[in-house]
Design a binder for this molecule. Structure first.
Ligand code: NOJ
Length: 556
């Protein structure tokens, strides 16, 4: 066995590229305007052609869809709008037959308020389910237990008339937080995970897993009302470790946890193999390079993206997890805008900037995640406020624009055009047919108006196919020990146009290069390079300047 084969046998996900599907917006086969499981099955050949090894599928479980499925009523039941449990089992089998693993989305911090557990819990303080959620008495003056805020705007506490107490919800009032202190809750969750293992599921993406433990003294939060109190609670590591011992390790399930507050220095405590917690985490750190730090308007206070910070953050993560964990690499997901609209150029340099971001991400050590549509360079959709669907956007608008008046309507909308979560959630653009070939019915969310120009069919037929570039990148990763194992070194850390780093392995060094500006730039290492391995331009050799958003991988 070569080292590569050993590595792959040990942990398949280290050599994998994972594709995220947002099922509601992927492919609708029954004309109800909502994507479905049959639609995913239909596209397995497409995914196979792209070359991905695993699918992370956002929640498909029974849900009232207040937060598009991140509010679950029953973890073991597929929502009829997506199909049946049998359909899901078929998808798992067919994906496996195509050599593709299935990673389900696991929302462990909260359920829907419609869940049986919550409906029982609210009935009284002394029934079996009473302690399944986090209940607190009102203060003597009737006010909320503390000043914690919800991520979707307003308070994190809602008073329940039936139980005569407040319950905690870090997200919508319809998403009550589970009480992980309760052993039975944990046991039920582990059991649910075993259930999906028995159906063939290969791993879990864990929604805000770092929020599951709460500070039970419920102190007032003096700074940012939302996030600072919500992460890395006192028993977080203990709970995740227990879940690892109970389920992840014995069931051999891969895990990638969402960890909004993690810095590179925190990462090993969650993903170092010796910790027996998670395989990978999704950091948010690099996603904040265009956010004004400490601004009262949170994610809606934007500034120009700072390439020097992006390089520093990605480099910190590369170094922190070198031989001590593994990186989850991403620029897009269902909560993020389209990277080329946000940080690149989605008009003149759409092909070049999409492939430049891809080159930089896929050249790093770790497991790259591609979000549906990223592989054809899908772009943001600038809609009217009322055309956006997202609960976060509307909740935050109410809080910051209407109630607190800390940001004007126009400024909020300018920020929304950059970072709204709905940019990623518009229907997948398959063709220039009606509704972009996504559905024969009326899509649940308006299709991006640029679909006649940007769609799968057109991209595949184009000489400048972003999909084809991704195929090459994916194949390169699969055949290269250097990309799997190589060390990492950032060059020119202070240059705010060029992102250049080295990967080295067993005497060989590759240079990964991208120009993230719209100007030409000279390439300081041209003479040192011997061979171009992959390029997004027509470059034949290394002479001359780097064109706008030009990227390549070259041997040194
Ligand atoms: C993170 C998920 O990615 C997001 O879509 C969701 O709204 C929140 N967690 C709450 O579940």
């Amino acid at each position: 066995m070569t080292k590569r084969q050993e590595k792959i046998a040990e942990k398949w996900w280290k050599n994998a590229v994972i594709y995220q599907i947002y099922p509601k917006s992927f492919n609708d086969t029954n004309g109800d305007g909502i994507g479905d499981i049959a639609g995913i099955i239909e596209k397995i050949p497409y995914l196979k052609t792209l070359g991905v090894d695993g699918l992370w599928i956002s929640p498909l479980y029974l849900s009232p869809q207040v937060d598009n499925g991140y509010d679950i009523t029953d973890y073991r039941v597929i929502d009829p709008m997506f199909g049946t449990n049998e359909d899901m089992y078929d998808l798992i089998k067919l994906a496996h037959a195509a050599g593709i693993k299935i990673i389900m989305d696991f929302v462990a911090n909260h359920t829907s308020d419609q869940a049986f557990w919550f409906q029982e819990s609210r009935k009284s303080k002394n029934n079996f389910f009473s302690d399944f959620y986090i209940w607190q008495d009102a203060k003597p003056d009737g006010s909320e237990p503390n000043n914690w805020g919800s991520n979707f705007g307003g308070s994190a506490w809602t008073f329940d008339e039936m139980r005569q107490q407040y319950y905690l919800h870090y997200y919508a009032a319809e998403q009550p937080d589970l009480n992980w202190e309760n052993e039975i809750v944990r046991e039920y969750i582990y059991d649910m995970m075993r259930f999906w293992k028995s159906k063939g599921v290969d791993g879990w993406r864990m929604d805000v897993i770092t929020s599951i433990s709460k500070d039970l003294s419920f102190p007032d939060n003096v700074k940012n009302l939302t996030t600072s109190n919500q992460q890395n609670g006192p028993r977080m590591h203990e709970f995740i470790h227990e879940m690892n011992r109970q389920v992840l390790a014995p069931c051999e399930m891969m895990s990638v946890g969402e960890s909004p507050a993690a810095k590179a220095s925190d990462a090993p405590s969650l993903v170092s193999p010796s910790r027996q917690e998670l395989d990978m985490i999704f950091t948010f750190e690099h996603m904040h390079i265009d956010r004004k730090p400490g601004d009262v308007n949170g994610r809606w206070a934007l500034q120009k993206r700072d390439l020097v910070s992006l390089k520093r953050i990605l480099s910190d993560w590369q170094l922190a997890l070198r031989d001590n964990g593994w990186n989850a690499l991403y620029f897009e997901n269902h909560d993020r805008a389209r990277v080329i609209s946000r940080w690149g150029n989605d008009t003149t340099y759409r092909y070049a900037s999409a492939t430049a971001f891809a080159t930089i991400l896929h050249g790093l050590q770790g497991t790259p995640y591609i979000y549906q549509g990223e592989e054809i360079g899908m772009v943001n959709a600038d809609y009217e406020l009322s055309e956006y669907d997202d609960i976060e956007l509307h909740g935050n608008y109410e809080q910051y624009v209407v109630q607190q008046q800390t940001i004007s309507h126009d400024a909020f909308m300018q920020a929304a055009y950059k970072v709204s979560r709905d940019h990623a959630r518009t229907p997948m653009q398959w063709s220039d047919d009606k509704h972009a070939g996504f559905s024969d019915g009326h899509p649940w969310l308006k299709v991006n108006l640029r679909f006649p120009e940007i769609n799968v069919a057109k991209d595949l037929a184009s000489k400048q196919s972003i999909f084809a570039y991704y195929q090459k990148l994916i194949q390169l990763r699969k055949s290269s020990d250097l990309l799997l194992e190589g060390s990492y070194e950032l060059l020119l850390p202070d240059d705010d146009n060029l992102f250049i780093y080295k990967r080295s392995w067993q005497g060989e060094t590759w240079l990964i290069v991208a120009n993230f500006s719209e100007e030409m730039h000279s390439f300081p290492l041209a003479t040192a390079c011997s061979e171009i391995i992959l390029t997004n331009s027509d470059r034949q050799d290394l002479s001359g300047q780097l064109k706008p958003y030009e990227a390549f991988i070259a041997k040194l």
